[in-house]
Design a protein around this ligand. Structure first.
Ligand code: ADP
Length: 352
């Protein structure tokens, strides 16, 4: 019975689509399947029974088995291919062994990059006609007073608002691509962050009125100029405030506050809105992630990803505390002094 089971396991090992390597409790290669031989370009006779530290350095198998892939899968390049390795500890009769699952993800990565390039190209192309439309809408808004029926003016203002929203969604998609490709540029200059924050609060307060919510702005006085990319930092605050307004039903309250704490400017955006379920909070800064409660609200799920990358590029941090049905509190910490160079390229560096 035991032999039958072993045979079945061996057949299965050879049939699975992933490479599999097993190290016994002494760190010796006890098992390697055909797929792993193929991916790692190695013959099993060369490695079976050998300890990892006895394998020739620089070979793919040595690099793959010596990489720490316990906590998170590791991506390793092997002679022009990209290999994803995941390992886990396995209890054997003589102690703990280690099980490695190895996948060649070269074509997946290529397809993903091609898809992203296609989306970036399409989105970029959508921007040109939209900019033309926005130009004409602006021209109409300049022309209109006294000439056009007030109800028409209202339509034009709505067109203006919607086209700005569409442009900001397009910018988010493009910036998510730039982030992935390490092309998002941060240009740091001394900036009056207090005025910038107050400007974002004024915009937020106007939006809150439209949504029927109260808006409290408690920006502390005397924030010194900070060396930041004003456009990008404004975008972070606008995103957090815009979300707070968007995800807060009528008669709710949005509060934006700031204070200086231990060489950090701390900005908080708090709301009494729909909140985020506890199990979804850890994923809230992931690309394209939208919480289950966000259905029915417009958005791309990119704003927070981009905000996090921007804040971190300034040496700061961003976080959230939230309770479903009660509200959320987002906070941003920006260092008051920083030695980072004026221009930085930002990348998530994340392997998806
Ligand atoms: P978007 O708002 O375009 O969906 P974001 O990246 O800005 O994308 O936010 C991601 C998700 O985080 C939102 O879809 C929503 O589920 C959740 N979220 C963000 N801010 C809030 C908030 N203030 N209240 C409740 N949920 C929020």
């Amino acid at each position: 019975m035991g032999t039958e089971c072993e045979n079945f396991t061996n057949v299965l090992m050879e049939q699975v689509g992933s490479g599999i390597v097993f190290l016994d409790a002494h760190g010796k290669v006890a098992l390697i399947n055909r797929k792993a031989e193929e991916i790692l370009k190695v013959e099993r006779s060369e490695v079976l029974g050998k300890r990892v530290d006895m394998l020739p350095l620089r070979t793919a198998i040595y690099r793959v088995l010596s990489e720490n892939s316990h906590d998170e899968p590791a991506e390793i390049s092997v002679e022009g291919s990209v290999v994803l390795v995941r390992s886990s500890a396995v209890q054997t009769g003589s102690g703990w062994g280690e099980f490695f699952e190895i996948r060649d993800i070269t074509s997946e990565k290529r397809e993903k990059r091609e898809r992203e390039e296609f989306v970036a190209m399409m989105t970029h192309d959508l921007k040109s006609p939209l900019t033309v439309i926005m130009g004409y809408v602006q021209a109409l808004l300049g022309e209109v007073p006294g000439k056009v029926d007030p109800s028409l003016l209202m339509f034009i203002k709505e067109m203006d608002k919607s086209s700005k929203k569409m442009l900001s969604m397009i910018e988010d998609v493009l910036d998510a691509y730039r982030l992935e490709a390490g092309l998002l540029q941060i240009d740091r200059q001394p900036c009056n962050v207090q005025a910038l924050l107050e400007g974002c609060c004024n915009d937020g307060a106007r939006e809150a009125v439209v949504h029927g919510s109260s808006f409290l702005s408690e920006i502390c006085a005397g924030i010194p100029p900070l060396n930041v990319d004003a456009k990008q930092i404004a975008r972070v605050f606008a995103n957090l405030i815009g979300n707070a307004v968007k995800f807060t039903p009528r008669r709710g309250t949005i509060r934006v506050s700031s204070e200086v704490q231990d060489q950090y400017l701390v900005v908080e955006v708090e709301d009494t809105g729909i909140g985020i379920p506890a199990d979804e909070v850890p994923r809230i800064f992931n690309k394209y992630f939208r919480a289950s409660g966000a259905q029915g609200f417009k958005g791309t799920g990119l704003g927070l990803t981009i905000s996090k990358a921007i804040v971190e590029a300034h040496g700061g941090s961003i976080g959230v505390e939230s309770a479903a049905g009660k509200g959320s509190r987002f906070f941003v910490l920006l260092p008051m002094e920083t030695d980072l160079p004026e221009d930085t390229k930002v990348s998530t560096g994340a392997a998806e």
